[in-house]
Design a protein around this ligand. Structure first.
Ligand code: GRF
Length: 199
């Protein structure tokens, strides 16, 4: 399968998938990185791996609609079977979500449906939960609401701050996202309403 990525920043989850593909764990090829941020470190990672980069600089457009039009053109250009949102920090418009319905996934650093949106790890600490984690889900028109593909959990420890918890969750993200991409590429995901079965 052809796998493309939409990333806004550091790209460590993108790297985890690149590594799993390079290791032969995922039957796919990484065909493009699309980013809204010309400073994203993910760009270096893509270049190192020989993955084409398309920068659609959010700041370069007068309106969100104009930005999304350009983003959609870049995304279509990848001719991807799967689009992976790995730290894409904006909400996608319904046009894009509909076009890639069933073949776009997102990684979120919380056990959804708890703590959607920004600063999920801080929300978890402030709420006082004892277990936290990450979720890979298909993207629907809501924010962090689509059918869940993979979740992994970690303990919240007494002296945790946001950074320590985020680091512990991130280590699990780097397992969860390659697994979800692998299952997709192996045609092993079966979506049944809200529920995703692994065959
Ligand atoms: C991750 O915690 C991801 O769950 C969240 O943004 C962060 C991105 O990290 N959506 P990275 O860019 O993959 O290193």
């Amino acid at each position: 399968k052809r796998i493309a990525f939409l990333v806004s920043g550091r790209g460590s989850n993108f790297q985890a998938v690149l590594d799993a593909v390079a290791a032969g764990d995922i039957p796919g090829i990484c065909v493009g990185l699309v980013t809204d941020n010309p400073e994203a470190y993910a760009i270096e990672r893509a270049k190192n791996a020989g993955v084409p980069v398309m920068v659609v600089d959010y700041a370069g457009f007068p309106t969100k609609a104009a930005y999304e039009e350009a983003l959609l053109v870049a995304m279509r250009g990848c001719r991807a079977d799967l689009f992976v949102l790995a730290g894409y920090m904006r909400i996608l418009g319904t046009g894009i979500v509909r076009e890639f319905s069933g073949r776009m996934m997102n990684i979120h650093p919380a056990l959804l449906p708890a703590f959607s949106g920004l600063h999920a790890q801080r929300q978890a600490i402030e709420y006082g939960v004892k277990v936290a984690g990450c979720t890979v889900h298909l993207v629907d028109e809501g924010m962090d609401t689509g059918p869940i593909v993979v979740q992994r959990c970690v303990p919240v420890l007494p002296d945790d701050d946001e950074t320590r918890l985020a680091d512990r969750i991130l280590a699990e993200e780097h397992k969860a996202l390659p697994l979800a991409v692998k299952l997709f590429c192996e045609n092993r995901l079966e979506v049944d309403g809200r529920r995703v079965w692994v065959r």
